[in-house]
Write a protein that binds this ligand. Sequence first.
Ligand code: COA
Length: 277
Amino acid sequence: MADKTYENILIEREGGITFLWLNRPDKRNAMSPGLHADMDDALTWLATDKQTKVLVLGGKGEAWCAGQDLRLYFRGTQDNPEARHKANSDSHSWRWERLTSFPKPTIAMVHGFAFGGAFTQLCACDFAIAAEDATFGLSEVNWGIIPGGLVSWNLTDMMMPRHAMYYAVTGDTFDGKRAVEIGLVNFAVPKAKLREEATKLAEKLIKLNPNVVRYTKEAIRAVRNMDDKQARDYLKSKQDSLVRNDKEIREQHGMKQFLDEKSYRPGLGPFRKVESV
Ligand code: COA
């Protein structure tokens, strides 16, 4: 199927990697109601798109995302409860529900500015790589609003609590290197290498068994809010379900390569996926 086209976003699919771009560069990719609707539709489609094995979320132009569009999302819907409800629902749906339940790995590829509401899709992605000189900011305090939607929850979930408090209350900005230190992104790289590094990570993920990757990422997210007994029980059922659903896992190809063929050691390189399975 050809790439779908949208007014506010752009999709590029190549070699299993799908780059999904916010595409309102003139407005620094501020999120309008139209952009929310486009993203919700695109992520619904891409979840089952066979060409999409890894999703990379980027931003066209000088910014990754300048947060909610203050003019169109806030002011533009303040006297229209129906439009406000639709925008709010689409906004939450794609930035949190669709991304956190996306069945394939997701990578936030952040450059330029990342502000306010953009933290939700940043935290919803499984991995995040930032340009060293990216600028992150919780500017809500300047507009007389608290980091709402899910942003405050995202901050305390992802960042060390002292840093969440500091950056949310002061609105101070920080760069990509600092974002690594406080647990918000995995790596910071020079801006010129951002796409290359995101592609490298995507290619590494594509080489792994997609069901193990999916079940692992779901498990890592799920156990955080469980106690030890619930987690143990959940992980056992999850593993049983993985074995039931995947022939390669059932046939224990990884262990055969290590124990019988002696052709693979996890400390020395990635497991060789069995293409024929
Ligand atoms: N909502 C609405 N419009 C926004 C926007 C936002 N969040 N962020 C940027 N824009 C618009 C600007 O109004 C401007 O529009 P115009 O050309 O019609 O005047 C355009 O995008 C370019 O922005 P500009 O400020 O000129 O670009 P810049 O590169 O100098 O600065 C930012 C970029 C992101 C630092 C700056 O625009 C900014 O601080 N934006 C607010 C971000 C924010 O607080 N987001 C959280 C919202 S809760």
